[in-house]
Design a protein around this ligand. Structure first.
Ligand code: MF3
Ligand code: CO
Ligand code: CO
Length: 285
C-alpha cells in the first residue's frame, strides 16, 4: 500500500471523471500481469504449508527470497525506499509493513503476508491473512470481513464505475460489520512500476472520483480494524500499528479492468483465499 501521492484524497468536482495520467493497458500487459500475479499467488499458496506456531517471520522471508530466485523473479520490496526484506509480515495489531524478523508466530496469531514479485518487468502485488493455530473468533471474523471488504470493492469494478464506487463498497461493507477502515494507506496503480497513479482509496462516495476504463490496472488492498481507524508508524520508520492496539487485517489483489468487469491477476491457483482459517467460522455478510 502506498501513502497518498498525486490524486486528491477527497472527492473534488474539478477532478471528477478525469482519467488523464492513468495508463490504459492492452492484451500484452494483461498477459504479463497474469504471469507475475499467478507467480505471487503461488508463492502465497506455498507459504500456507508452513505457517504454524513456532515458525519465525524470517522463515517466511527466506522462503519468499528463495521462491523468487527459483522462479526467475525479484521481490519488489528488497531495497525499495530502504526496505530490506522480500515481503512484509504484519501480525495482530500491526496494520502493514511489518518486518519479517526472528520473532516467532504463536498459536492464535493472525498474520498478513504481503508479497510483490517482479517477473519479466511486471509487478504482481498481493497479500493474505494467515491463521496461526486457532485464532479467537473475533480475529477470524475480522479477517473474514477484510476479505469480504476487498471482494466487495473488486465486485463493483467495471468500465463506467468510479473509484468512489469502489471505496464506498469497501467502506460500507466494513462499517456495516462495525469495523473501521484505515484512511492513511491505500491501493495503487501497478504494472511495470510498483506504485503508480491512481490512489485506490478504501472509502468514498458512490458516483464520485475517476471513472474506470477498460485497461486500467491497480491493486485493491483495504486495511480493516476491529477498533478505531487511527494508526501510527513505529520508530523503525516502517511498522504501522493501530493506535488503540486492536487487531487489524488486510487482503490485497492486483486486478485489471476488462470490458465485462475485471480480471484478478493474483487469485489463488489452489483456492487458498484465507489460508488456515476454519471456513465454518467465516462467512458473515
Ligand atoms: N506490497 C506493499 C503494497 O501493497 C508495499 C510494501 S512497500 C515496503 O503496496 F517497502 F514496505 F515493503
Ligand atoms: Co500494493
Ligand atoms: Co502489497
Amino acid at each position: 500500500m502506498n501513502t497518498y501521492i498525486d490524486v486528491p484524497t477527497a472527492p473534488d468536482p474539478a477532478t471528477a471523471f478525469r482519467t488523464e495520467g492513468i495508463k490504459l493497458y492492452g492484451p500484452d500487459a494483461f498477459a504479463g500481469m497474469r504471469l507475475a500475479g499467478q507467480l505471487t499467488a503461488q508463492c502465497l499458496d506455498e507459504i500456507s504449508e508452513f505457517v504454524r506456531p513456532g515458525i519465525a517471520l524470517a522463515d517466511i522471508d527466506a522462503f519468499v527470497r528463495n521462491f523468487a530466485e527459483r522462479h526467475g523473479a525479484r521481490p519488489a520490496t528488497l531495497g525499495f525506499n530502504g526496505y530490506n526484506y522480500a515481503c512484509c509480515t504484519s501480525v495482530n495489531h500491526v496494520v502493514c509493513h511489518g518486518f519479517p524478523t526472528t520473532k516467532k508466530l504463536r498459536d492464535g496469531d493472525i498474520v498478513n503476508v504481503d508479497v510483490t514479485l517482479v517477473r519479466d518487468g511486471w509487478f504482481g502485488d498481493s497479500s493474505r491473512m494467515y491463521a496461526v493455530g486457532t485464532p479467537r473468533r473475533s480475529a477470524v471474523r475480522l479477517a473474514d470481513i477484510a476479505y469480504q471488504a476487498m471482494m466487495s470493492g473488486i465486485g463493483v469494478v467495471r468500465p463506467g464505475a468510479t473509484l468512489g464506487d469502489v471505496g464506498h463498497a469497501i467502506q460500507s461493507f466494513a462499517e456495516r460489520q462495525r469495523c473501521s477502515i484505515v484512511r492513511d494507506y491505500c491501493g495503487h496503480g501497478i504494472g511495470q512500476v510498483f506504485h503508480d497513479s491512481p490512489n485506490i482509496l478504501n472509502f468514498g462516495r458512490a458516483g464520485t472520483g475517476v471513472e474506470l476504463r477498460e485497461g486500467m490496472i491497480f491493486t485493491i488492498e483495504p486495511m480493516v480494524n476491529l477498533g478505531r481507524p487511527e494508526v501510527k508508524v513505529l520508530a523503525d520508520g516502517w511498522t504501522v500499528v493501530t493506535r488503540d492496539k486492536t487487531l487489524s487485517a488486510q487482503f490485497e489483489h492486483s486486478i485489471g479492468v476488462t470490458a465485462e468487469g475485471c480480471e484478478v491477476f493474483t487469485s489463488s491457483p489452489a483456492g487458498l483465499h484465507m489460508p488456515g482459517f476454519d471456513m465454518e467460522l467465516t462467512q458473515h455478510a
